[in-house]
Design a protein around this ligand. Structure first.
Ligand code: NAP
Length: 248
């Protein structure tokens, strides 16, 4: 039920962090992986090839929607199909709401929500023709909460929750499962500033029932589940993988 043998998954932002953890987990379940991003994903590719799976590195800057069709075409050409899309690439800008700039707003929204929608659209056009597929969006605790000093990030990740449900409504009948994973506090580049801030770090740790930051590998099981036949009747769900953060 959880076997992904013969499937092709596209993972954006897979050179590091959560994207790398998810790409490796999908490969462990048997999928071949297209690694999409603006930086080299050689380390991830090597780890996946060591598992015996195929990889394709597709260079694309996802701050605009211009490369969306190219990404899907390349994945099909290099790996033979698109069964799973993981929209993971994302950025964050921290600034007081009073000082937040248009660039802080646009750069985050363009990558985190606009590109996510149009890449999903490009993938779904192929999935519809092929009888279905799985789309997994990476949401956040700020899909549910307000956060602080991260106005555009909160807007984008709240948008990911809504869009996941909208796309599920439109595409479930076409054989496409659209769901999201909401990671809790995971130790990556994205959260390096929080981890380095002694006060914020201890406040965060004090609220996590599991008592530790998450590791990118902690997201693997949820990703394999949502990419697999085991999730065939799961639609529009935002699955928190947060060490219990939301339960507190
Ligand atoms: P990360 O280590 O900073 O990784 C972000 C990834 O996105 C990198 O591969 C990055 O590529 C890529 N990316 C950013 N802008 C891009 C662009 N314009 N074009 C192509 N690729 C781009 O952060 P992470 O924590 O793993 O974050 C991954 C996802 O999880 C994001 O959507 C983030 O919002 C979400 N998330 C993270 C946490 C957490 O606690 N870490 C919690 C909730 C949600 P480069 O290396 O080239 O920049």
């Amino acid at each position: 039920m959880f076997d992904l043998t013969g499937k092709t998954a596209i993972v954006t932002g897979a050179n590091t962090g959560i994207g790398q953890g998810i790409a490796i987990a999908l490969a462990q379940a048997g999928a071949n992986i297209a690694l999409v991003g603006r930086s080299d994903a050689n380390e991830t590719a090597e780890k996946i090839q060591a598992l015996g799976q195929k990889t394709a590195i597709i260079r694309a800057d996802l701050s605009s929607i211009e490369p969306c069709d190219y990404v899907i075409k390349e994945a099909i050409e290099k790996l033979g199909g698109v069964d799973v899309l993981v929209n993971n690439a994302g950025i964050i800008r921290r600034n007081d709401a009073l000082d937040f700039t248009e660039d802080d707003w646009d750069s985050v929204m363009n990558t985190n929500i606009k590109n996510l929608f149009f890449l999903s659209q490009a993938a779904a056009k192929v999935m519809v023709e092929n009888g279905g597929g799985k789309i997994i969006n990476i949401a956040s605790m700020l899909t549910f909460q307000g956060g602080i000093r991260v106005a555009s990030y909160t807007a984008s990740k709240s948008g990911v929750g809504g869009l996941t449900k909208l796309l599920a409504n439109e595409w479930a009948g076409k054989g496409i499962n659209v769901n999201a994973i909401a990671p809790g506090y995971i130790a990556t580049n994205n959260t390096a500033a929080l981890q380095a801030d002694e006060k914020r770090n201890s406040e965060i740790l004090g609220r996590i029932p599991a008592g530790r930051w998450g590791d990118p590998a902690d997201l693997g099981g949820a990703a394999v589940f949502l990419a697999s036949d085991a999730a065939q009747y799961v639609q529009g769900h935002v699955l928190a993988v947060d060490g219990g953060w939301l339960a507190r």
